[in-house]
Ligand binder design. Structure first.
Ligand SMILES: [Fe+2]
Length: 387
């Protein structure tokens, strides 16, 4: 029996574009059974709703992140049972080292340079870098620029390299080159500096004092890469001859049981198949994961840098496609890059974030976020929307 069934009229391939909205519905993130629906109207645009959390909502991370001194705690934006997304702007070096006892983290450096001292040695980090720090390792983050922003993704489950997703198709070193990761080198100097370690355990902040600096006493280490730095611009954007590949196909890091995906999405290659079989952009879609998006850099609309969106499981994400066209030669790097963090855990916006929601999400989704999906400035994006 065929694994794919067809009923009714299929106006064009799922990769293509036409007068209908094509909506991908999946179970188990993008990994389980799926159907593709061709609709005459877009389910992502209701005319009324009982609660704003049912809709996609966006905020400006730069406006939301607190910045009131070196001891400031991150501003929590989205919270789940073991997953938290928070923002941090630091002014001045903190007087303490810190560790999260029960949370792993991906710290994405959106702007500014830092010296990140760790038990395994220091890392110099700059805009575009992201660092994986496993639970219970000590670090101290010293800002080197006043204008800085860190986006912190905390997870209860360990963070793994997503390279094993490619094992089944034989991609060895042809896609993400994880050998570009930078590992810290221990210093073994400046040992005797008394140090307070601020630690978070079971949701509460505690501290421990040492008469030495635990980020400076290690003289050597060996083992697996548990703490490392990568840069988002080193991650290739991927697509097909006819269009889109789902966000987890862009996975760089993930939870090994698919609890979450950390995806880096640069501009996709231009398809070589004309419409209606080919398209540029994403279909409408709905599944049982919550999606966090973060605009790191947008050449199309720099004013949207630092905008963050959460598209929940309660409503399809509207999708946006247009016919493909070739870009001009010579080939150039397009400074357009978004992070996407998909999680099986349900996330809720914090009260602080709710107060900062952009007005009218059905409009601001396009003006703030969606244009890059189809290679146009966000203000022009809604012209491609079908309601
Ligand atoms: Fe989405």
């Amino acid at each position: 029996m065929a694994s794919i069934n067809r009923r009714g009229t299929i106006p064009h391939p799922t990769t293509g574009v036409g007068e209908h909205v094509d909506e991908v519905f999946t179970i188990g993130g993008f990994f389980g059974p799926w159907i593709d629906l061709f609709r005459t109207r877009n389910l992502a645009h209701p005319v009324a709703w009982s609660d704003d959390s049912l809709l996609y909502q966006g905020v400006s991370a730069l406006d939301l992140a607190a910045s009131s001194g070196p001891e400031v705690l991150p501003t929590e934006v989205l919270v789940g049972e073991t997953v938290t997304v928070s923002l941090l702007r630091r002014s001045g070096s903190p007087a303490f080292a810190e560790k999260l006892v029960d949370r792993h983290q991906i710290r994405f450096y959106d702007r500014g340079r830092f010296l990140l001292e760790t038990e395994l040695g220091p890392l110099d980090v700059e805009a575009g870098d992201f660092v994986v720090i496993p639970a219970n390792l000590i670090y101290r983050e010293r800002p080197l620029d006043e204008d800085n922003l860190v986006v912190i993704f905390e997870t209860g489950e360990p963070i793994c390299l997503a390279e094993s997703l490619w094992d089944s198709v034989g991609f060895a070193g042809m896609y993400i080159d994880y050998s570009e990761m930078e590992l810290p080198e221990p210093l073994g100097e400046g040992v005797d500096e008394p140090t307070r370690v601020r630690l978070r355990y079971r949701g509460a902040w505690h501290w421990m004092d040492y008469d030495f600096d635990p980020c400076h006493d290690v003289i050597g280490w060996l083992g697996d890469p548990v703490l490392y730095k990568l840069n988002c611009w080193a991650i290739p954007g991927i697509g097909t001859t006819s269009g889109f590949l789902t966000p987890p196909a862009n996975a760089v890091l993930w939870g090994a049981d698919k609890e979450f995906f950390f995806n880096v999405l640069g501009p996709r290659p231009m398809p070589t198949t004309p419409a209606p079989r080919g398209s540029y952009g994403a279909p409408s879609h709905l599944n049982d994961y919550d999606e966090v998006w973060f605009n790191h850099r947008s050449a199309f609309a720099p004013s949207t840098n630092g905008h963050m969106w959460m598209l929940p499981r309660t409503i399809p994400h509207p999708g946006l496609k247009r016919p493909p066209e070739y870009p001009e030669n010579p080939v150039r790097q397009i400074e357009e890059l978004k992070l996407n963090f998909d999680t099986k855990e349900e996330l809720r916006w914090t009260d602080t974030a709710i107060k900062a929601f952009f007005p009218d999400p059905q409009v601001s989704l396009y003006t703030s976020f969606y244009g890059a999906h189809i290679g146009v400035v966000p203000d022009a994006a809604s012209a491609y929307t079908k309601r």
